[in-house]
Write a protein that binds this ligand. Structure first.
Ligand code: HEM
Ligand SMILES: *[C@@H]1O[C@H](CO)[C@@H](O)[C@H](O)[C@H]1NC(C)=O
Length: 325
């Protein structure tokens, strides 16, 4: 693209962004840090080559960031002064990971373009790159998020759905963030990669809510296998693949698993068992990977647009773990 065309597009996007009150647009760094996207991708690629699970961990960080105070990198702040880190919340403690990779990305970006690329945008880009690197769809990311000056420990505990929440509770938590039932089904497809700890699904194996019996929407031979390494007590941190069929490949096997009663988390299986509408989507995505990929990309853009800080709000952190002094 010629320079003038690029400039015209940037002006056009800025005007459009101003008009609808949001300032995010894909070309945000085209002039201020043209290497930004390449730098993020190359650090993510190295990290994922070293450990395949890192793709899943980075994808999840963006989700846990966006559901708390919007996509503002609040999840990356460590404890200090008045800040109670979101890293210690129930959904994140002993669970959220990938922070060192984000540090590496930030260090590389600070070298190339000091105080230009936000940590919130790093999370959005790393989530996309992680999806692509594991075989999933790609999408263009509106950029220009800025970083928060604080965190919300309580928001992290309250807004992020728990694996044993009811269907309605999870749907409500999505709706509170401007996401709908389609986003709920499509974004849950992230569980086609990555791991979960025994503590996140133990209840299903032994004493489920209601009748105190094992959850019969979980295939019973699969449940028996899970019990071997997820005992009634102890082994809380033992790890299991969310999608045992292809744990490091971003594909639609997650939805096929749900249809075979092989969804690991209760929050996964209920998409097929508790609601007619989501059941239809599960069937469609299981039958048509391309359809899943298209919706996933759309829903990721939507999630990435949850109340970002823009313009003069927030800051561009120099180190993602702390606010600038
Ligand atoms: C629909 C409600 C959701 C619930 C209840 C939920 C819950 C969970 C739980 C309990 C784990 C395992 C954590 C652990 O045991 O340490 C997990 C892992 C994961 N979640 Fe979700 N999740 C949801 C939606 C999402 C969304 C929207 C995304 C991304 C867009 C996502 C991406 C992931 C990924 C990639 C992992 C694996 C992480 C790793 O291996 O490090 N989840 N989720
Ligand atoms: C969900 O899991 C949490 C943590 O294990 C537990 O304290 C809570 O009682 C469970 N809720 C229901 C409704 O089973």
């Amino acid at each position: 693209m010629t320079r003038t065309l690029t400039s015209m597009l940037i002006v056009l996007f800025s005007v459009l962004a101003l008009a609808n009150g949001s300032y995010l647009y894909p070309q945000f760094y085209d002039r201020s840090c043209p290497q930004a996207k390449d730098i993020v991708r190359s650090v993510v690629a190295k990290a994922v080559a070293k450990e395949a699970r890192m793709a899943a961990s980075l994808l999840r960080l963006h989700f846990h960031d966006c559901f708390v105070k919007g996509c503002d990198a609040s999840i990356l702040l460590d404890n200090s002064g008045s800040i109670i880190s979101e890293k210690g919340s129930v959904p994140n403690r002993n669970s959220a990971r990938g922070f060192e990779v984000v540090d590496q990305i930030k260090a590389a970006l600070e070298k190339a373009c000091p105080q230009t690329v936000s940590c919130a945008d790093i999370l959005a880009l790393a989530a996309r790159d992680s999806t692509v690197l594991t075989g999933g769809p790609s999408w263009e990311i509106p950029l220009g998020r800025r970083d928060s000056l604080g965190a919300s420990f309580s928001g992290s505990n309250q807004n992020i759905p728990a694996p044993n929440n009811t269907f309605q509770t999870i749907l409500t938590k999505f709706k509170l963030k401007g996401l709908d039932i389609v986003d709920f089904v499509a974004l849950s497809g992230s569980h086609t990669i990555g791991n979960a700890r025994c503590t996140s699904f133990r209840q299903r194996l032994y004493k489920n809510t209601g009748n105190g019996q094992p959850d019969l929407t979980l295939d019973q031979s699969y449940a028996a296998k899970l019990r071997q390494n997820c005992p009634r007590s102890g082994g809380d941190q033992n790890l299991f693949f969310l999608d045992p069929v292809s744990p490091t490949k971003f594909d639609n096997s997650y939805y096929k698993n749900l249809m075979a009663k092989n969804g690991l988390l209760s929050s996964d299986e209920i998409l097929f068992t508790q609601n007619q509408q989501t059941m239809e989507f599960v069937k469609q995505y299981a039958a048509n990977q391309e359809l899943f990929f298209q919706q996933f990309a759309k829903s990721m853009v939507k999630m990435g647009n949850i109340t970002p800080l823009t313009g003069k709000n927030g800051q561009i952190r120099k180190i993602c773990r702390k606010v600038n002094s």
